[in-house]
Design a protein around this ligand. Structure first.
Ligand SMILES: [Zn+2]
Length: 453
């Protein structure tokens, strides 16, 4: 089966070329000189980009006491309708359980229901010798990204810096990359709450101060440098942490992401009467101008959403006395390309290349799937976005399930004329072509087929 995408501006690494793109049997075959084909798609006036990846989402899972609103079906539908052909999400080892049983559950939920390909990051919560041996097998089998938390003791997620170092030293050389939630737990515990009004969402940035993120990033950067292990800081929210990461790159294999909310929302949203709906961790911060300037300069390797679609009734079910009752997290999946585009809004070519780098090439490399995803190179999966930058203006929509809209003031003109998954058109003009045919596949092997250790 040959498909040609004609007359678009194709993102090839760091440049755009006016050319046709040829896909053969689900893979990228050639740029230019394409000849006749079985299927022809028109991309005039459009950018032709590699399929996007959201590196950080939470779906079809329980977070604390609450079950998220998005299933694999609804989340991956929102994803592909916004050009996201690979959804990265998390599998967390449950209390008393194993990662393998949690993974079997997640795979069963996703199987036959996903419209995008799915890649899982693993969140281990116990760290015995047997746990590490089991992780070694999973890493070797393609589960290359491990998530660790420097906070959240009550949720059973916390790992000390000593545990981080043990994992970095043991599993780094085996091919693992460490995704770290950086907020120093001791600095958060040391905050004097006496002067804080816990009934106000606007107190949240002082309960989880900038210094806590910066300190944890400093420790993780030092550990990455000392051990040589690849580390990735998730959801960077502060200028201080971003600068620290930029500086540490010369001595450590260190990357980072920020999220749409830290680019366009400031802590002013927390002062609204419904400000609790914008509670997330790390919290929204002050002035965003300098932060956006860092994004324009490319300090963040990628933009990812930390999509966490709590139901409105769960977000609102607190008695008004203590914001710690409110689940922390915002939806963002459907907003990802639209808000990332705005980083370079005055320069559409740069925005298009920005999406190709920050939503495709860089996350694919960090996820360990650059041999299949993230670029329009011959042999790679034919995941393609045909993006019209000048559609009619409309509101951004973070999710298609009931969840508070995190970006009610944001609009977009981006229109997804075509989205292809492994060579097959799955979306036209922003809408799924065949809801009865979820074609997404898991990118990693079934753990049932792997040896125990
Ligand atoms: Zn997260």
């Amino acid at each position: 089966m040959k498909t040609v995408i004609r007359n678009g501006r194709v993102a090839m690494g760091d440049r755009l070329v006016d050319a046709d793109l040829l896909l053969v049997d689900g893979r990228v075959a050639a740029v230019g000189g394409t000849g006749p084909a079985d299927r022809e798609l028109d991309a005039s006036g459009c950018y032709v980009l590699p399929g996007f990846m959201d590196f950080h989402t939470h779906v079809d899972d329980r977070i604390g006491r609450h079950y998220l609103a998005d299933t694999y079906a609804t989340a991956t539908r929102t994803a592909v309708e916004n050009g996201i052909t690979t959804l990265c999400t998390f599998v967390t080892q449950g209390p008393g359980g194993t990662l393998r049983s949690a993974m079997a559950e997640a795979r069963a939920k996703a199987a036959g229901r996903s419209y995008a390909d799915v890649l899982w990051h693993l969140t281990p919560t116990t760290f015995s010798g047997a746990d590490l041996a089991s992780l070694e097998v999973l890493v070797a089998a393609g589960y290359r990204t491990l998530k660790l938390y420097t906070t959240y003791k009550p949720a059973g997620l916390y790992a000390s810096y000593e545990v981080l170092e043990t994992l970095f030293r043991r599993l780094g050389p085996k091919g693992a990359t460490f995704l770290v939630h950086c907020e120093d737990d001791a600095l958060i515990a040391a905050v004097d709450r006496a002067g804080l009004d816990l009934s106000r969402a606007s107190s949240h940035p002082r309960m989880r101060p900038e210094a806590a993120e910066i300190e944890a990033v400093r420790r993780v950067a030092d550990l990455a440098a000392a051990t040589g292990a690849p580390a990735h800081v998730v959801h960077v929210s502060t200028v201080g942490a971003a600068r620290l990461i930029a500086e540490a790159r010369s001595r450590a294999d260190l990357t980072c992401e920020t999220c749409p909310q830290y680019l366009v929302l400031d802590e002013g949203w927390l002062a609204r009467p419904d400000g609790h709906r914008w509670l997330c961790s790390p919290p929204l911060r002050g002035d965003r101008e300098a932060f956006r300037a860092l994004a324009r300069d490319g300090v963040f390797d990628m933009v990812a959403t930390d999509h966490c679609p709590f139901r409105p009734e769960d977000k609102d079910a607190w008695d008004g006395s203590d914001i710690r009752q409110v689940p922390n997290g915002l939806a963002g999946l459907g907003a990802l390309p639209h808000i990332t585009w705005k980083i370079w809004e005055d320069d559409p070519d740069r925005s298009a290349l920005g999406l190709a780098a920050h939503l495709a090439a860089h996350p694919a490399r960090r996820a360990g799937v650059a041999h299949r995803k993230g670029a329009l190179l011959p042999g790679l999966d034919g995941d393609v976005v045909v993006l019209d930058p000048s559609g009619p203006e409309r509101p951004v929509r973070s999710a298609d399930v009931p969840t508070p809209e995190a970006f009610p003031r944001e609009t977009t003109r981006l229109r997804f004329r075509h989205v292809l998954l492994r060579g097959v058109p799955v979306v036209q003009d922003g809408a799924l072509l065949d809801p009865g045919a979820p074609a997404g596949l898991p990118l990693q092997p079934d753990p049932e087929t792997l040896p125990q250790s």
